[in-house]
Design a protein around this ligand. Structure first.
Ligand SMILES: CC(C)(COP(=O)(O)OP(=O)(O)OC[C@H]1O[C@@H](n2cnc3c(N)ncnc32)[C@H](O)[C@@H]1OP(=O)(O)O)[C@@H](O)C(=O)NCCC(=O)NCCS
Length: 153
């Protein structure tokens, strides 16, 4: 993981890749929106590029403090790096950090992203609410929580 810098030289190419990938494509995020998101001042948002063999392979953005634990605001592995266990490793890292100070992990996933939903369910998250039209009219977002202090975890 490498922290995104102000005016990071990789932000442009990463934003372009994300804007062509779901869920961001369907939700209507442009490359410019994502570029601004990666670069704007936000002291509570930690943004990292995932580097593999010296090339960007994905992005992870974590908001903390959020709700008695961090909120995973964005997680993306670019197509050729999916399904190799990297996403699971990232959640493991986030969980280890969260355990030191709080009892929950939070994430939102679009209802039309069954693969994303399965990914989080498999890692011990529970779907706890459906939020209609949160990002875009006509689309639901699902709020998931991983409770680190509940007996089942
Ligand atoms: C969802 C995502 C973050 C998962 O990360 P990943 O590194 O690809 O996932 P992992 O390799 O750690 O796989 C963990 C589980 O996810 C599911 N999964 C991962 N890749 C999959 C694929 N190609 N097809 C179906 N299920 C898949 C499987 O259940 C897998 O478990 P298994 O390896 O025991 O079969 C990643 O695929 C991604 O960035 N997708 C596009 C953007 C997105 O949907 N982001 C998350 C929601 S915002």
């Amino acid at each position: 993981l490498r922290r995104v810098e102000t005016e990071d030289p990789y932000s442009r190419v990463v934003s372009e890749t994300l804007s062509g990938m779901d869920p961001w494509m369907t939700l209507g995020f442009s490359s410019a929106d994502l570029f601004n998101y990666l670069g704007r001042m936000d002291g509570a948002l930690s943004r990292y590029f995932i580097f593999i063999s010296e090339a960007p392979a994905g992005v992870v953005c974590v908001r903390y403090p959020w709700l008695r634990g961090p909120y995973l605001e964005l997680l993306a592995l670019f197509n050729s790096h999916q399904g190799q266990g990297i996403g699971s490793q990232i959640i493991g890292w986030m969980e280890a950090e969260a355990r030191l100070k709080s009892g929950n992990l939070w994430v939102l996933v679009s209802s039309f992203n069954p693969r994303g939903r399965n990914f989080y369910l498999k890692l011990g998250f529970s779907e706890i609410a459906t939020l209609p039209a949160l990002v875009k009219p006509g689309y639901d977002e699902i709020l998931l929580r991983k409770c680190l202090q509940c007996s089942a975890s």
